[in-house]
Design a protein around this ligand. Structure first.
Ligand SMILES: NC(=O)c1ccc[n+]([C@@H]2O[C@H](COP(=O)([O-])OP(=O)(O)OC[C@H]3O[C@@H](n4cnc5c(N)ncnc54)[C@H](O)[C@@H]3O)[C@@H](O)[C@H]2O)c1
Length: 326
């Protein structure tokens, strides 16, 4: 199997490539298990630190149509399309968001259409496609009403992918991911960045500011669960996707207060006391528009899974990054 991963050097891209290399096989469009022979790891920054002859690191801007011509050819069996700019960045810079989050996806789909090979395609959509007046638990038939440019760009991609799949240009699956926590490293420009920050920084002996009220409810998933669901999404046969190509993922529904309680339970009072709540209206407006709970019935029927509880998610992070566990 020849695989293209865009956004390869990112949080999910790197983990996905590691998981694919370890797994060694994927299921092709005919339903046959095939060895992974090549992964094109594409990003605007080079993916470093993965030494495997199956990985070919390619650097470039996904929004440049010429780049796409060399990235995807008739041999490309599957694409994991993860490259994007994050929510606050797309809100602050409209043109950048449209260029990377929407036009590049459209161009990539057009490149595939021109090849007439119908590869498998998995991409990551977001809960940010929803907004406005929402029920306590969002059902699979909830009308999309994004309240940010990022959410609008993801919703447009979802529509495009559904239509390109209906017409047989691509065998697409768009997974509506919860916010993925705990992300290691530094804060980023995602409006949801604090969801990792309020766990990661206190564990690292640093203070953290929570920019939303404690009763804000979030829809979360651990990195390990996200990667497992991305691969599961790829492995499903097209015939199983009876309710469409866009799938709300299952997740954990927790309030910020419950996240802090879980941190206290896992790491102690001193660690949990390093969080200060100081609402930021810009973040409250974006994050407050996202649903905090989904029924995700279609996804569960298809075998997608969620984490057990949030303390377990923190435990996974502490086990993987022991330097943080103080
Ligand atoms: N992490 C989450 O909580 C979450 C939740 C829902 C959806 N998603 C989506 O999942 C995908 C991956 O998320 P992530 O957390 O790994 O993000 P990330 O920011 O860590 O990774 C995105 C990658 O895209 C690359 N990129 C940006 N512009 C590019 C360009 N012009 N050309 C090529 N590459 C470019 C970046 O360099 C980065 O490595 C994104 O599409 C994101 O919107 C993430």
């Amino acid at each position: 199997m020849n695989i293209l991963v865009t956004g390869a050097a990112g949080f999910l891209g790197r983990r996905l490539i590691e998981a694919l290399l370890q797994r060694g096989t994927l299921t092709d469009r005919q339903g046959l298990s095939q060895n992974i022979t090549r992964i094109v790891a594409f990003d605007v920054v080079p993916l470093a630190g993965i030494d495997d002859p199956r990985v070919q690191v390619v650097c470039g801007d996904i929004a440049e149509a010429k780049v796409l011509e060399s990235l995807v050819d008739a041999r490309t069996d599957s694409i994991f399309h993860l490259a994007a700019v994050v929510s606050s960045q797309a809100e602050q810079d409209f043109e950048l968001g449209m260029r990377i989050n929407f036009s590049a996806t459209h161009n990539l789909l057009e490149r595939i259409r021109s090849l007439d090979t119908c590869p498998k395609w998995v991409m990551t959509s977001s809960v940010a496609v929803f907004g406005g007046k929402l029920p306590a638990q969002v059902e699979d038939d909830q009308v999309w009403a994004p309240q940010s440019s990022y959410g609008t760009q993801k919703a447009m991609n979802d529509l495009l992918l559904a239509d390109y799949s209906r017409r047989g240009f691509v065998d697409g699956r768009s997974l509506r991911m919860p916010t993925i926590v705990v992300r290691p490293g530094k804060p980023n420009l995602a409006a949801s960045s604090f969801a990792s920050g309020i766990i990661r920084e206190p564990l690292n002996g640093q203070h953290s500011v929570c920019p939303v009220p404690l009763d804000t409810r979030l829809w979360l998933m651990s990195p390990a669960q996200a990667i497992s669901n991305l691969i599961h999404g790829h492995e499903l046969a097209a015939e199983q996707l009876t309710q469409g190509r866009v799938i709300n993922m299952p997740g954990l529904s927790v309030t910020v207060q419950q996240m802090i309680d879980a941190l206290r339970q896992t790491a102690g009072d001193q660690v949990a006391s390093r969080i200060a709540v100081l609402p930021d209206p810009a973040i409250v407006r974006i994050v407050g528009s996202w649903p905090g709970s989904f029924a995700a019935r279609y996804a569960k029927d298809l075998g997608f899974t969620a984490d057990h509880d949030f303390a377990d998610v923190i435990g996974q992070f502490m086990a993987q990054y022991p330097a943080h566990a103080t």
